[in-house]
Write a protein that binds this ligand. Sequence first.
Ligand SMILES: [Zn+2]
Ligand SMILES: [Zn+2]
Length: 143
Amino acid sequence: MENSQNLWPQGVKKTKQRASVLAILENAEKPLTALDICARREKDGDTAVWPSTVYRVLELFIHKGLVLKTNVRNNDMAVYELNRLQHKHYAVCMNCHKLIALENCPMDTFIPQLPDGEFQVQGHYLEIFGICQDCRPTENNPQ
Ligand SMILES: [Zn+2]
Ligand SMILES: [Zn+2]
């Protein structure tokens, strides 16, 4: 059991709901909204999947550091992804809300200068927004 799910956080009771949300995030190729997760669960044959249940599971995983939540500008939906060891940033298209992963992180080269030397930085958010290639007006597709 322990070998089959290395990711499972300590001190969290394993339920079918939780296991299936985690499995979906593990297999996701991009960050998902809670509704995406519901839709995928229903496709997997789960019945009566309530967004509120999925949100509760996600909140628990976030609390355990297993899942990262990103709020998308101009969109009231947050997206969720597995907290892989290497974190990612996304550029958001303001038109279609598509997320495009950045290949780097500004913090790789940035050392925050904080007045209090005791402060320990544990994370950061970065918002990059613009217009994706699909939404950019072209000669064939004037907007
Ligand atoms: Zn777009
Ligand atoms: Zn970063």
